[in-house]
Design a protein around this ligand. Structure first.
Ligand code: SF4
Length: 484
């Protein structure tokens, strides 16, 4: 028997996840702030097409995965083609598309070219494309400039202070009661095909079976590394957005990062007791650390999603006294021109050449470049280190127990009811208007305002967690049939 979870695949791929288990993700925890939002998104599994910023964020994740995977290979040397101009996969050289390159999905393309192709294919599938071909090219160029800038700002060989162990790492850890005991609440499941799945409103209560299985938290880390100085583990979390201020609070006030730390610590502790079943990165951190000192902290690694502009050239009119005036670059404050694009414009226009501009103008350009480094580069690319204290991790561990308890209760309420009846819905999944708070958007405003089959038909349906079995068609540890 194995469990299947959307985004994470089968339990066989997740070290430490038993076949009979329930999985809780950070996304579920966030969604559950409004119980109706959780019901639509995870109870029913409704999903909307990703928004344009979400698609850009996913594409940026692909760029980071490619770059950091390169850095994870010992002695691999600098990341090649740091300008991202060739469009060719660094790993297979684009020579054998279709022959199974893990990095490019056998396309032979680099991450920017893959993103561009994905954007174009997405628009082609739409009845009414939301972007013109020029706008898609602009999006791809936005990504290319950001990726190039990332390697200029941080270098092409990766941070000296850390050794990268793994990229895009799925991890799970069991949720326990606050006293350390096992937590196995009752949850209804329904026979389906060759296995079982979570119950839905259309399932009759008499067709469900109540089981008590353990709950696990699952997370996917962007980058796992060890600090070269101390041997302690650390993780890097990439963020791609319009404003760094949206993410800075993560450094002090956030549950995602302590959750990741808790997950990593659990995997390392398991590696100490059962190294044969543990992934290599967990064994490595176990080897270089003492119990209780597994983790050093994490990096918030933010990149601006705004277009990084070239320096603006001003008009320079020839006069009788000066028939061939030097081009002039604007030195007005601009939050979207990084220092290297400005320096490149100065070079391209030959403004450093002898006698092209006077000493005063040279000094003005030098000052402006220094100002861009100080005020702009650091906002377009912001990397900050922080450590998560033991008390924060312990606090989080108890909160995860509360989340598992709440979600188990939400699962128990899902069986056999008319979920298009507003009163029935309100009885089980009342609204909490977090959507009205600043930044609290919700993908389910449509059905929340006016529910019905037509509105729901605008969403795709993601399968719920399910469990397959080859030999045993009954889930273990059945409590009894649901009686409500
Ligand atoms: S629109 Fe608001 S109230 Fe309705 S489900 Fe979403 S968050 Fe909840």
């Amino acid at each position: 028997m194995e469990t299947r979870i959307d985004r994470y695949g089968a339990s066989n791929d997740l070290a430490g996840l038993p076949a009979r288990s329930f999985v809780l993700t950070n996304s579920q925890r966030g969604t559950a702030v409004c119980s109706l939002r959780w019901f639509y998104g995870h109870g029913l599994g409704l999903v909307r097409d990703a928004t344009p910023p979400m698609r850009m964020g996913t594409a940026w994740g692909g760029v980071m995965q490619d770059v950091w995977s390169w850095w994870a290979v010992p002695d691999r040397g600098p990341y090649p083609d740091p300008d991202f101009t060739s469009g060719v996969c660094r790993w297979c050289g684009g020579l054998n598309p279709g022959l199974g390159c893990f990095a490019c999905g056998s396309t032979g393309l680099d991450p920017i070219a893959r993103a561009r192709r994905g954007f174009l294919e997405y628009q082609a599938r739409l009845e009414h494309p939301e972007k013109t071909a020029e706008e898609v090219e602009h999006d791809a160029e936005t990504l290319r400039r950001a990726a190039r800038g990332y390697l200029i700002r941080y270098g092409t060989t990766g941070p000296d202070t850390m050794r990268v162990l793994a990229v895009e790492v799925p991890i799970v850890r069991q949720v326990l009661r606050p006293d350390g005991g096992e937590y196995r609440p009752e949850v209804p499941v329904v026979a389906d095909g060759d296995g079982w799945r979570f119950a839905l409103p259309t399932d009759r209560a008499s067709d469900t079976t109540r089981v008590r299985w353990p709950w696990f938290v699952a997370g996917k880390l962007d980058v796992l590394a060890v600090d070269r100085g101390t041997g302690r583990g650390l993780h890097v979390e990439h963020k791609y957005g319009s404003q760094v201020s949206r993410y800075v609070h993560m450094l002090t006030h956030d549950t995602q990062t302590p959750t990741y730390q808790w997950l990593i610590e659990g995997a390392v502790q398991r590696a100490r007791t059962s190294p044969i079943d543990a992934p290599g990165w967990a064994r490595e951190i176990a080897r270089t650390t003492q119990p209780g000192e597994e983790m050093a902290g994490y990096y918030l690694d933010f990149t601006s999603s705004g277009f990084h502009y070239d320096a603006r050239q001003l008009a320079s009119k020839p006069t009788k006294a000066n028939p061939d005036p030097a081009p002039v670059l604007s030195t007005a404050a601009s939050p979207t021109v990084p220092s290297w694009l400005y320096e490149e414009a100065v070079e391209r226009l030959g403004l450093w050449s002898d006698g092209r501009v006077d000493g005063e103008k040279r000094a003005e350009y030098r000052d402006h470049i220094a100002k861009l480094r100080r005020d702009v580069d650091r906002k377009l690319y912001y990397r900050e280190w922080t450590a998560v204290g033991r008390s924060d991790v312990r606090r989080l561990e108890i909160e995860l127990y509360h989340s598992a308890r709440d979600l188990a209760a939400a699962r128990r309420r899902i069986v056999e009811f008319d979920d298009l009846d507003p009163a029935e819905l309100a009885l089980r999944y009342p609204r909490t208007m977090v959507c009205n708070l600043p930044g609290g958007g919700c993908a389910f405003r449509g059905p929340c305002t006016q529910d019905g089959p037509d509105v729901r038909a605008r969403y795709a349906v993601r399968p719920t967690q399910s469990w397959t079995t080859d030999t045993d068609t009954q889930p273990d540890e059945v409590v009894d049939d649901l009686g409500f």
